[in-house]
Design a protein around this ligand. Structure first.
Ligand code: MN
Length: 225
């Protein structure tokens, strides 16, 4: 995946680690194709178009832009929040999907999930309930608290609120390690209104190795944002 902390203008689609059809039957090829080449690319294009005229912003990372959005020219603020949030969230989303992954996490991540959610099954139930509870469009993500040894919590992001918008108790940025897209465009062709079937299918595609690597990295960085 593209390094999430280093996304800069001109923004571009990340390379996928899988072919469109390789996530079937859980996510159909047409949905992945449209999701990536139409929806995600749309966010990238609108973000680039809006920043093009502001060369002083071209050396800023997307993380810097999103964390300091109130300092941007007023006409850019909403665009960066929506299109920029959409871009970074989708980058992460594609990176945590994989055909035929391990069915559950191992190692330190498995222990942390057991510690913070009692069991893997219980974690999955809580995350699933959060997905089912999203009103309209949004994301559900799992965050690790870098200042509490990676303590895990499930958060809902509305619309394209970005993965950088979740703060710990001291107002530092929490580290995201897993995310599920709960916009209808990510499941409607195959599942229509059956969001519960979509999230059940999502569990068959989670790249736990990638999630574990994000978890391990989150604990190596003390965050003071
Ligand atoms: Mn999406």
């Amino acid at each position: 995946m593209q390094n999430l902390v280093n996304l800069r203008y001109p923004f571009s689609l990340p390379e996928l680690n899988f072919s469109y059809e390789s996530l079937e039957p859980y996510m159909d090829a047409k949905t992945v194709d449209i999701h990536y080449n139409k929806h995600h690319l749309g966010y990238v294009k609108k973000l680039n178009d809006s920043i093009k005229e502001f060369p002083e912003l071209h050396n800023k990372t997307l993380e810097e832009l999103l964390l300091n959005v109130e300092k941007l020219p007023e006409e850019l603020q909403e665009i960066v929040l929506h299109q920029g949030g959409g871009h970074v969230n989708h980058n992460l989303f594609w990176s945590v999907l994989k055909p035929a992954p391990m069915s559950e996490p191992t190692g330190e991540l498995a222990m942390a999930i057991k510690n913070d959610f009692k069991s893997f099954e219980n974690f999955r139930t809580e995350f699933t309930q959060a997905v089912e509870a999203v009103f309209a469009s949004g994301w559900v993500a799992l965050f690790a608290d870098p200042n509490l040894k990676g303590k895990l919590s499930i958060k809902t992001l509305k619309n394209h609120e970005s993965i950088y918008s979740v703060r710990g108790p001291g107002n530092y940025t929490m580290k995201v390690i897993l995310i599920c897209d709960v916009w209808e465009h990510s499941y409607y062709l195959n599942y229509q209104n059956r969001r519960n079937d979509y999230v059940a299918a999502f569990w068959n595609l989670v790249n736990w190795q990638q999630v574990e690597s994000l978890f391990n990295n989150s604990r190596n960085t003390f965050s003071n944002f």
